[in-house]
Structures are given as C-alpha cells and as structure tokens.
Design a protein around this ligand. Structure first.
Ligand SMILES: CC(C)(COP(=O)(O)OP(=O)(O)OC[C@H]1O[C@@H](n2cnc3c(N)ncnc32)[C@H](O)[C@@H]1OP(=O)(O)O)[C@@H](O)C(=O)NCCC(=O)NCCS
Length: 175
C-alpha cells in the first residue's frame, strides 16, 4: 500500500501503531448516529488494526485496504477503506470525526482513494452501502457522482430494507 496525497491531507496506510490516536478519533459519538459503536478499548483496536495489516481477506482473494487520514498539522481525522475484488468491483467506506465534517475533506479523501484503487488495484466500479437515513453519506456519494444501484444489484449484495447501495464507475481520468 502506498501513501496517497489528497490535496493537503494525506492517506497513510493504517498500522497497529495508529491505534491509540485512532481510539480518540473514533470515540466521537456523532460518528455512530446511524450505525455501529465506538471501539471498546485501545487494545481491541490495536488487535484489529494488526489483523488488517495483512491487507488481505483470510482466503487471499480480496484486498482489504485501510488508510488513516492525516491532517496538515499531523493529527489524524479518521479513515477511508476499501475491499477490492479480483473482478474489479470495489466496496468503499469512510469515517471522519465530526470536528472535520463540512469542509469537503471526505470528498477529497474518497476521490483520492478511488484514483489509487483504479490505478493500482484495477478497480473499475466503486460501491458504497450505508444506512438509508445517513443523509451525510448519501450527500457525499452524490457529490462524488455515485448513482443508486438497481434492485438486482441490491439483492445480489444483500442490502437490508434500511440500507442503500450506490455505485460509480471509475473515471477515465483515474490513472
Ligand atoms: C459521511 C461523512 C464522511 C461525510 O462527511 P462530510 O464532511 O459531510 O462530507 P464532505 O467531505 O463531502 O463535505 C461536504 C460538506 O463540506 C462543505 N464543503 C466545504 N468546503 C468544501 C469543498 N472544498 N469541497 C466540497 N465540500 C466542501 C460542503 O458544502 C458540505 O457541507 P454541507 O454538508 O453543509 O452541505 C461524515 O459525515 C462521517 O464521517 N459520518 C460518520 C461515519 C459514517 O456515517 N460513514 C458512512 C458509513 S460508511
């Protein structure tokens, strides 16, 4: 995995060494308005990050890629992540602490990650699943040019009734 520039933000391959700082970032309750919960302890997060350092699914067929988002002042703001499949389909996700919402940071980081995924991992279609009520996530995806998936694609990807699925082809300008 490479370090990826996203304007003045930097996507840094996530390591277990980021666990202490990320525990504080991920402790922001606003992140969990629609789903999930904060990590239970630094130790738990450290172990999880350590496992993810393999960058692969247990059967080796998928890349599991996680980048922490580093601000110009070197603090961490959140992470972006991707699961790439051998057939070129790629699922993405993203989390920033709420202090960093409303600045276009997520937009910039996800765009930079998708360019990296298209160029280095041969991703040709990006998919994102989120809770239907998560209007911030939907707005981010719409600004990035994602469209709602067809009912068939939703069924194939086991989308629950309270979830939404959107997709975007890789763009010609992605390297
Ligand atoms: C989803 C999430 C990443 C979106 O963050 P965000 O900051 O709203 O997203 P963007 O980076 O697109 O920023 C858009 C906002 O920045 C503003 N903005 C400011 N400068 C901007 C710029 N240069 N470019 C784009 N937008 C800019 C936009 O006007 C917009 O403001 P608005 O929300 O008031 O309309 C964030 O809400 C989050 O981390 N949520 C919790 C985790 C989560 O739900 N993740 C999704 C499930 S995987």
């Amino acid at each position: 995995m490479r370090v990826v520039a996203a304007g003045d933000l930097t996507l840094v391959p996530q390591m277990a060494a980021h666990a202490s700082e990320m525990f504080l970032v991920l402790g922001d309750p606003a992140i969990y308005e629609f789903e999930n919960e904060p990590p239970s302890s630094v130790g738990w997060l450290h172990d999880r990050f350590l496992k993810l350092e393999s960058r692969r699914s247990p059967d080796g067929t998928e890349h599991w890629l996680n980048w922490v988002v580093r601000l110009p002042d070197s603090r961490l703001a959140g992470y972006v992540q991707a699961t790439t499949h051998a057939d070129g389909h790629c699922f993405i996700a993203y989390i920033l602490a709420s202090a960093y919402w409303g600045k276009g940071y997520a937009n910039r980081c996800v765009e930079a990650m998708m360019a990296e995924l298209a160029g280095e991992y041969r991703a040709h279609t990006f998919w994102a699943m989120f809770k239907e009520r998560n209007f911030r996530s939907r707005r981010l995806l719409e600004r990035l040019g994602f469209s709602p998936a067809t009912p068939g694609a939703c069924a194939r990807n086991s989308v629950e009734p309270d979830e939404a699925l959107m997709f975007r082809p890789a763009r010609a300008k992605d390297p």
